[in-house]
Design a protein around this ligand. Structure first.
Ligand code: 5GP
Length: 187
């Protein structure tokens, strides 16, 4: 059995991480995507247990207090976190586990799992990012401005990551993610 691995994918809201990840997982079904816990309300079409585990604030706080989360952060007014047990189990079984998380969480992972491979996805420009968030049409105006100001903070930190990939062309960005993952397969 191969060696397990932890992969962190970070990038501002609206950069297209989710779409890139869906294609990556279709092409490499052996990869395991961690399902996060959040206090955010489900968006239309989101499924509990598949997109997220949707929980109340008290439930989230209980999980934090019990040490059930590998990392967690507050983002645009809601809590998000990675359940510890499934990730540890999958890695112990030799799986490659992907966390799609924001910057604060990625920093916690760097502290606790320095061997994790950390990838940052950049938008072609801030204007393009704003356009994508608005076109998605899933967030209210105050949430959009919180997401954009957080995006600026995150982009400044892109060089803390092992690799930065600009999502200006979907196929090329996907190819670069694959190269990054599989070029380090022997590590
Ligand atoms: P959204 O509300 O758009 O689904 O996610 C907002 C942000 O939270 C995204 O940047 C996403 O990557 C991040 N996120 C999702 N799950 C987690 C998690 O478990 N931990 C952390 N730290 N961030 C997460």
């Amino acid at each position: 059995m191969g060696k397990g691995k932890l992969i962190v994918l970070t990038g501002p809201s609206g950069v297209g991480k989710g779409t890139l990840l869906r294609s990556l997982l279709q092409r490499h079904p052996d990869l395991y995507l961690s399902v996060s816990v959040t206090t955010r309300r489900p968006r239309p079409g989101e499924v509990n247990g598949k997109d997220y585990y949707f929980v109340s604030r008290p439930e989230f706080e209980r999980m934090v207090a019990n040490g059930e989360l590998l990392e967690w952060a507050e983002f645009a007014g809601n809590y998000y976190g990675t359940p510890r047990t499934p990730v540890v189990d999958q890695i112990n079984q030799g799986k490659w586990v992907i966390l799609e998380i924001e910057l604060q969480g990625a920093r916690q992972i760097r502290q606790n799992f320095p061997e994790a491979l950390r990838i940052f996805i950049l938008p072609p420009s801030m204007l393009e990012l704003e356009d994508r968030i608005r076109k998605r049409g899933q967030d209210a105006e105050d949430a959009i401005s919180r997401r954009l100001s957080r995006a600026r903070e995150e982009i400044v930190a892109a060089n803390e990551f092992d690799i930065q990939i600009v999502n200006d062309n979907f196929d090329k960005a996907l190819e670069r993610i694959e190269e990054t993952l599989f070029a380090t397969a022997a590590c």
